[in-house]
Design a protein around this ligand. Structure first.
Ligand code: DGL
Length: 265
């Protein structure tokens, strides 16, 4: 059986690349719902519906034993319902994990925390709720950064700096200890974010957290790990492919063939 990695689009390839580097021997299927991206400005009902369909596809059609939801918006708005309602009803013996809680755990060791994410993730308040559970003293500031994803995908470096100035400026007088990059695309512009923020602020980036967490999870959950095949393969699937995608997949993941699937369900 395989490890599934799901994102609303291609940003999750950054997490997939980091996971594959740290755990190379397993077989992976990446699914990007590029036909319906972005999820960040959709209703939580739509995000749940789309995420559920993707997880179901990875379980039923791609024989995944475990799926990592490498999308913060989906982790914030759909993961809990999938774990509590969908899994017990449909696949008791399979697992779905998200990327938000591990970042919230890491953030919770700090007291003054900034978060940039999509509108949907910010509106869900999932980051502040989860961080507060672990650190009651924490003071959390959130700022949605809706224009960053399309600009990162466009690869337009000239626009990134002014946009970062717009989205990060509100944090400048907050005396932050840490800033969470709460969207799969933001590790791609980590360098620019670090350049903008004062050096003493810790930048929390999921590509540096998730592989270790997954490794520990697989060590603890042998009932899943023993089902995983080990042929070092990686398949990248998208629900729609445009002219720019081969370029982005090459840039963000390294060489790989992208296959379009016509229907998720
Ligand atoms: N993958 C999404 C996230 O991490 C960003 C792109 C989108 O809005 O769908 O929140």
């Amino acid at each position: 059986m395989k490890i599934g990695i799901f994102d609303s689009g291609l940003g999750g390839l950054i997490i997939a690349r980091a996971i594959k580097k740290s755990l190379p021997k397993y077989d992976y299927v990446y699914l990007g719902d590029t036909k319906r991206v972005p999820y960040g400005n959709k209703s939580s009902e739509a995000v749940f519906e789309f995420t559920c369909e993707a997880v179901d596809y990875l379980f039923r059609k791609k024989n995944c034993a475990i799926v990592i939801i490498a999308c913060n918006t989906a982790s914030a708005q759909a993961l809990r319902a999938i774990q509590q309602k969908y899994l017990p009803k449909n696949f008791k013996d399979r697992r779905v994990l998200g990327v938000l809680i591990p970042a919230a755990e890491k953030a919770s060791i700090y007291n003054r925390i900034g978060i940039i994410a999509t509108k949907g993730t910010v509106a869900s308040h999932t980051f502040p709720i989860e961080i507060k559970k672990l650190n009651k003293k924490s003071i959390i500031y959130q700022n949605p950064a809706p224009m960053l994803v399309p600009i990162i995908e466009e690869g337009n470096n000239k626009l990134i700096k002014p946009l970062l100035a717009k989205y990060l400026k509100p944090f400048m007088d907050k005396e932050l200890d840490a800033l969470v990059l709460g969207c799969t695309h933001y590790p791609i512009i980590k360098k620019e974010i670090k350049e903008y923020m004062p050096k003493k602020i810790k930048i929390i980036s999921q590509d540096e957290i998730i592989p270790k967490k997954l490794k520990e999870y697989l060590q603890r959950h042998q009932e899943i790990t023993k089902k995983l095949s080990r042929n070092e393969s990686m398949k990248i699937l998208v629900t729609d492919k445009n002219q720019n995608m081969d370029y982005l997949v090459k840039k963000w993941f390294g060489k790989n063939k992208v296959t379009t699937i016509s229907q998720l369900f």
